[in-house]
Write a protein that binds this ligand. Structure first.
Ligand SMILES: Cc1cc2nc3c(=O)[nH]c(=O)nc-3n(C[C@H](O)[C@H](O)[C@H](O)COP(=O)(O)OP(=O)(O)OC[C@H]3O[C@@H](n4cnc5c(N)ncnc54)[C@H](O)[C@@H]3O)c2cc1C
Length: 407
């Protein structure tokens, strides 16, 4: 089988948010880029589709605070280049038991990174949100201004369009089966599943989401501990006449609860009158043999919604709409952003294991992947030092990855 068509500076495999933003970053720098996707572009079978993702800078690990600030800036930069919005700002609100270690560490990380955060007791929370959010007496709330809702499918489409406008070649319905060294010419050969699908690139970026473990093992033998998990997003109906109170734009925040059950959600935006409230976590799955639901039982969520949103949401009949999605979890919930190494050295870069919190960082991760592919190191606002936490080597030193006392 001969080489098909042109040769590229960088071939990006996988067109979710990470691959699409990396392709844009690379094309903008004048690199000749090919973006390959196994399914149709903007499909719903991975992690980057749907109607909303939370933007927040509240992380116990301060390096994510920096990345979120940088990502927020890059979201706006891409929006202005594109001419439409995918990122709708609103406050962010985290809540949980006052002694909760994650929440405590979030407060210190925000302060360390000069991210404005206000810590409120239960009475102050009541005042802050005019009774729309209530927390138990022994809980605290953390308010930050850097928050918002990102529209995922629209955002992926934006980066693909920007990549295309900057000269990238986009090709879907091409499953990459092999990535091998070209021992004759140097560089990398990327082999697809169709007749003649053999592409040459000086470098390759692998951003295949829930398929990371499978593809990386096939091409390099490295066993990355990244576990695909199927999760279900739930939408609940706001009571008639109360819709405006939980809608974006009226001070209602994106939110996360660090108590039990673990819950997160976004204000009403994508479906007027419906609010997204969802349990964290899901069920381990094989991305090629998904159960497609039914998701976790919703009784716990109903109780949580009743006690937190003071009777503003209808819970009796359960959620009115559900959507299925996959996350890709590492044991320490830190990303994998690194060179593949081995025979590939620095010519193949991997971005995966975004552990259910990657979307907001999409533009910053895309930039880091492009930096690694082109420059061999990360440059700019997110420091090279941050990469230490995302190295593959950490799992060799400790199968559980980076040590954390708040997980
Ligand atoms: C329900 C849910 C809620 C979430 N909420 C948030 C949130 O509020 N905030 C936040 O920041 N993050 C959130 N996340 C996480 C975020 O969505 C993910 O971290 C992010 O979308 C991961 O993107 P990705 O590009 O790595 O993976 P994907 O979007 O899965 O993209 C990988 C792509 O690679 C393709 N591919 C795979 N194998 C091959 C191959 N061999 N050849 C060619 N193509 C291939 C796949 O088809 C896919 O299109 C959430 C995730 C889920 C599921």
């Amino acid at each position: 089988m001969g080489l098909s068509g042109e040769q590229y500076d960088v071939i990006v495999v996988g067109a979710g948010i990470m691959g699409s933003s990396a392709a844009y970053q690379l094309a903008k720098r004048g690199q000749k880029v090919l973006l390959l996707e196994q399914f149709d572009f903007l499909h719903h079978r991975g992690s980057s589709h749907g109607e909303s993702r939370t933007m927040r800078a509240t992380y116990p690990d301060a390096y994510y605070c920096d990345m979120a600030v940088e990502a927020s800036r890059l979201w706006e930069e891409a929006e202005s280049e594109m001419g439409y919005r995918v990122y709708f700002k609103c406050p962010n609100f985290d809540m949980g038991p006052a002694e909760n270690k994650s929440l405590r560490t979030i407060i210190s990380s925000c302060r360390e990174r000069s991210i404005d955060c206000r810590v409120l007791d239960h009475r102050q929370v009541d005042e802050e949100f005019n009774g729309r959010i209530r927390i138990p007496e022994d809980w605290i709330g953390v308010c930050t201004e850097l928050g918002g809702v990102i529209k995922p499918t629209k955002a992926v489409s934006m980066f693909q369009t920007l990549a295309f406008r900057n000269g990238a070649v986009l090709r879907d319905r091409t499953e990459v089966k092999e990535i091998v060294r070209d021992d004759v010419n140097g560089g990398i050969l990327v082999v697809g599943d169709g007749e003649g699908d053999k592409f040459w690139g000086r470098k390759c970026v692998v951003t295949v989401g829930a398929w990371t473990e499978k593809l990386v093992k096939r091409v390099s033998g490295i066993e990355l501990p990244v576990q695909p998990v199927e999760t279900t997003v739930c939408y609940w109906r706001v009571k008639e006449g109360q819709e405006g109170k939980l809608a974006i734009g009226g001070g209602f925040p994106t939110f996360a609860s660090y108590g039990r059950p673990g819950v997160y959600g976004t204000p009403a935006l994508e479906f007027p009158g419906l609010i997204k409230v969802t349990l964290t976590g899901g069920y381990p799955c094989d991305p090629d043999k998904r159960p497609w639901g039914p998701g976790k039982p919703t009784e716990e969520m109903e109780e949580w919604i009743e006690s937190t949103f003071g009777g503003l949401v209808e819970t009796g009949g359960g959620p009115v709409s559900k959507q299925s999605c996959m996350c890709c979890m590492t044991p320490d919930k830190d990303y994998v952003i690194d060179f593949l190494g081995g025979e590939f050295g620095k010519d193949v870069v991997v971005g995966g294991g975004f552990s259910g919190h990657g979307f907001k960082m999409g533009p910053a991760v895309g930039k880091m992947l492009a930096d690694l592919a082109v420059e061999g190191e990360v440059k700019g606002a997110v420091e090279e030092e941050t990469l230490r936490y995302f190295r593959i080597q950490r799992f060799v030193e400790n199968p559980l990855g980076n040590p954390k006392d708040f997980l």
